[in-house]
Ligand binder design. Sequence first.
Ligand SMILES: [Zn+2]
Length: 180
Amino acid sequence: MDAGHGGPDGGKTGVNGKLEKELNLIIAEKVKKLLEEEGIAVIMTREEDGWLAETRIGDLKERVRIMNESKADLAVSIHQNSYHEESVFGAQVFYYTTSGEGKAAAEILQNELLEIDPENKKREKANNTYYILKKTEVPTVIVECGFLSNHKEAEKLSDEAYQGKIAEAVVKGIKSFFLK
Ligand SMILES: [Zn+2]
């Protein structure tokens, strides 16, 4: 599990003032706890608010090293999205364009996330520019839990019950992917 950003890199800032890096860690920790209750081993890239190196790129490299050395069956990086149009909302899962396993995991996770928000019409999406997707040698997905630029979603993402729902959806998705 990777909680995106941290330390000097706050990630996106919500319209309600919430920082992406903090929400990422809260949700990632919830996912970790639920997975461990299911007997699934979890390696976290960070459990504190900080960088793993002196620089942002150094931090990203270190995260990728941890993911690759873990030989994980799946690496999941938790993020929050933002857009210049307030109306845009909805969780979305990204995978590396040429990764069949990444795509399969993203599709399963996306479907689970749609279950908790019937208004969300987003689909999993291929990407070949995100550093973590490019550099990992294990199947990797980036889960953008929602848009901090949308007032309603920023409030939901800041709510502990909703954070729990997101975590449960991610865990259900990971479990189904492992059973495939
Ligand atoms: Zn992010």
